[in-house]
Design a protein around this ligand. Structure first.
Ligand code: SAM
Length: 348
């Protein structure tokens, strides 16, 4: 087993009788599945992982390709319409192209997206697009090489730039860039990053740093808030909010930059959470379903599957997990406890 203190497993707690799809007790319905295909990563971003990395899952602990595609198929049968592959770094799973091809063959075919750090995307963008990948979000927090190396603890900025270019060439558009601002590292250069993305036609979204790092070093008092991001970007650009009515379950508040048409998004996951509109569910690389990034417990599918559970049995377990989804993540409320499983082992 890994050395990570993984959260309580709920065990085989089925849903109430008669549920259809993936509703919870608060009227939300999950349609968007985030699948972590590996917990390993080739960067060591300070807001995510310690310098020495983490005790990775051993291969037998991870879902095989057959298991993974089978579970995704059960989710699709329950109404999932978008599958986002993530990790860890999803491109570190050798079979990724094949996994994408198999997910694209499911009926009805879900939209397939991937969140990646972009390293290796220069080689894989076209094969992934050919296999059925529709879109990518590439994580890039700064275009200053020194800041990049400081934040990620790796000197790989050129690889990410090459990956972004290849994604656009392969038609994985709109190419989105995800960024986290960290106090004292890249908070001064957020406007430079926006200009760089505008120049290349990439759609940038900032996300507030969340308490999901393996080191438990997150500090609300030093977090760069959405308000501060807005102010810093506003020093160089005119930001005009797009109507909220267009937002749906999308977490980013979007702004036209200098009158548009290009936009920037700011995701206030901590200071203005969008839990009431959340339509997400998550599958970890070791086969646990989580109804929220911040869940303290999760439902195991791997054990039941290896013990011979039918697709109907798995569907009932998934419905049970979703039915128990809390109304909100509770960051900032008294009694909030950061989940033991870090972002890299959940799938961001
Ligand atoms: N390796 C891939 C990547 O870099 O995009 C996928 C996994 S990574 C965990 C997914 C996203 O989570 C990245 O955009 C990363 O910046 C973000 N992330 C990681 N830790 C975070 C934290 N503590 N708060 C907010 N975002 C975080």
């Amino acid at each position: 087993m890994t050395g990570l203190p993984f959260p309580t497993v709920r065990g085989a707690t089925p849903a109430p009788e008669g549920l259809v799809g993936l509703p919870d007790r608060y009227g939300r319905v999950a349609r968007d599945l985030r699948v972590s295909v590996t917990d390993r990563c080739n960067l060591r971003c300070r807001y995510c992982m310690p310098a020495e990395g983490l005790p990775w899952l051993a291969k037998p602990e991870m879902l095989s390709d057959d298991e993974l595609v089978r579970v995704v198929g059960v989710f699709v049968g329950l109404g999932i319409r978008q599958v986002r592959l993530t990790g860890g770094e999803p491109m570190l799973r050798r079979s990724l192209v094949d996994v994408v091809r198999r997910i694209a063959a499911l009926e009805p075919r879900p939209r397939i997206a991937m969140t990646t750090n972009g390293i290796g995307l220069d080689r894989l963008a076209q094969p992934l697009a050919d296999a059925g990948l529709d879109r990518v979000n590439v994580s890039l927090d700064t275009i200053d090489p020194k800041e990049f190396a400081d934040l990620t603890r790796r000197d790989r900025l050129h690889d990410v730039e090459a990956g972004l270019k290849a994604a656009a060439t392969a038609g994985l558009v709109p190419v989105k860039v995800n960024a986290v601002a960290m106090r004292g590292i890249n908070d001064d250069s957020v406007a430079d990053l926006l200009q760089w993305c505008l120049d290349r036609g990439y759609e940038l979204r900032f996300i507030e740093q969340m308490p999901l790092d393996a080191q438990h070093g997150w500090d609300a008092s030093t977090m760069v808030s959405s308000q501060e991001l807005h102010e810093r970007l506003g020093e160089r650009f005119t930001l005009t909010p797009l109507p909220q009515v267009d937002r749906g379950s999308a977490p980013a508040e979007r702004f036209l930059v200098d009158g548009g048409p290009q936009t920037v998004g700011i995701i206030a996951s901590v200071t203005d959470p969008f839990c009431a509109a959340c339509d997400r569910t998550r599958l970890t690389a070791d086969g646990q379903v989580r109804n929220c990034l911040f869940s303290q417990a999760e439902t195991d599918l791997r054990g039941p599957m290896r013990d011979g559970a039918s697709d109907e049995d798995l569907a009932r377990l998934i419905q049970g997990e979703m039915w128990r989804k809390a109304p909100g993540h509770g960051i900032g409320s008294e009694g909030f406890v950061q989940p033991d499983r870090p972002m890299s082992a959940i799938g961001g």
